[in-house]
Design a protein around this ligand. Sequence first.
Ligand code: NAD
Length: 455
Amino acid sequence: MNPSKICVIGGGGFVGLVTSLGLSEIGHEVISVDVDPNKIDQLNAGKSPIYEYGVDLVLNRNLHNGRLKFSTDLQSSVKSSRVVFVTVGTPSLESGQIDLSQVIEASNQLSICLDEYRIIVIKSTVPVGTTDLIKGILDKKSHQDCFDIVSNPEFLREGNALKDFFFPSRIVLGGDSNGALSIMKSIYEPIIDRSLFVDGIENPQSGSTPIPVIQTDIASAQIIKYASNAFLATRISFINEISGICEQVNADIKKVANGMGYDPRIGHSYLEAGLGFGGPCLEKDLNALINTAHQNGYDAAFLQAVLERNDKQVRSVVNKVERLLSADISNRTIGILGLTFKPGTSDIRNSLSIRVIRELHKRGAVVRAYDPVVKHETLELDSNINHCDSAYAAAKNADSLLILTGWEEFLHLDYQRIYSNMSNPIIIDSQNLLTPSDMIELGFTYTGIGANTLK
Ligand SMILES: NC(=O)c1ccc[n+]([C@@H]2O[C@H](COP(=O)([O-])OP(=O)(O)OC[C@H]3O[C@@H](n4cnc5c(N)ncnc54)[C@H](O)[C@@H]3O)[C@@H](O)[C@H]2O)c1
């Protein structure tokens, strides 16, 4: 592999940071740019703005070996690079459509510094048509034939991000320039040929076959990303639907999902009943795909149902709290364990835990919450949440305790102590984390998802 000079736009964000760390770790010279000067100062000082396994280690290693730099100066960073990765945010608008303002702004800035040929790699998840928009912006100011655009969607999972970057299931490259696509393959060469060993990260057993590279047109690459997330969301809504049926017929969703998953056509992953799909991506991407369908005259009723089933799950958990506290939860104290949208990350964007808390507030409950990594300051927007320093403090004098994120720490709590300190020893475990019989033996009224332990 020939080391390349790479600029990452949006490098202080989740995907941008992981991409910057990943590309520098495999040997490239990376300058990572963000509009947020606080993130850049923090990163230059070797401190990560995100909580993610291995990030601090890989960040400091590559800062010290000089392969990684952070800057707010987009122009000079682009000028000193051959390949530019765009990783800015593409959040949802109220309508469910994608807010492309960060992509448009980044393209405008990029257009004034394309004085010679560069490859523009779109890693942000963007709807079909966005690359034409970017091309239109770049064409206005830059010299002709000054760039090629490659779509290279990102599939990492928060909580597993670096590992997913270094050891991906596949690399998707969409574009129509064979030259640009072959440079992209050479950038990823140590990943593709599995020759990589990353110190401090769990390295999988080396496989003999290379990582699949799926080379397509741009629209297909973008739809691969959206369809993959829509499929994962569908599995979650599906298993939650089955869990609702299990509760009615005294079946146990854990046993059902386990039995289903052995079928090689089905598999076990994304087959865990719970609170539904939250976080910054699945719901946003599903909405965007539905919008793309509508804009093109196609009624995506099936995908709409997946979304609606997900909305139902939060309400059904709060309804359980009401049912267990004999309907009225106003002024009742509810302890919450877990605020992030999944364990292993500090991300609370579109966390269903926060949605449950808002629903509890709407119904008049007093909420006390604890999360192993979310600090009080992050919760400014939700100042109604009484933030606690420990799970025991959140449970103290509570009328019920809700487990909303599956952090391992919650498995090892002293539930005897929690039992003694609660006003009403009720546990609603939306992650099916604990063993029901253990909790019932301790004296709790316990319910999870998809098994009627209350009868
Ligand atoms: N977070 C995930 O798990 C994940 C996984 C796969 C794909 N994606 C996709 O990747 C993209 C980025 O997601 P994210 O979660 O990293 O978002 P993010 O909000 O964490 O990061 C975006 C970053 O871009 C910066 N930025 C915005 N405009 C800029 C500009 N003009 N110049 C320089 N920096 C700029 C922001 O300050 C921010 O730091 C989205 O399209 C998302 O859908 C995210």
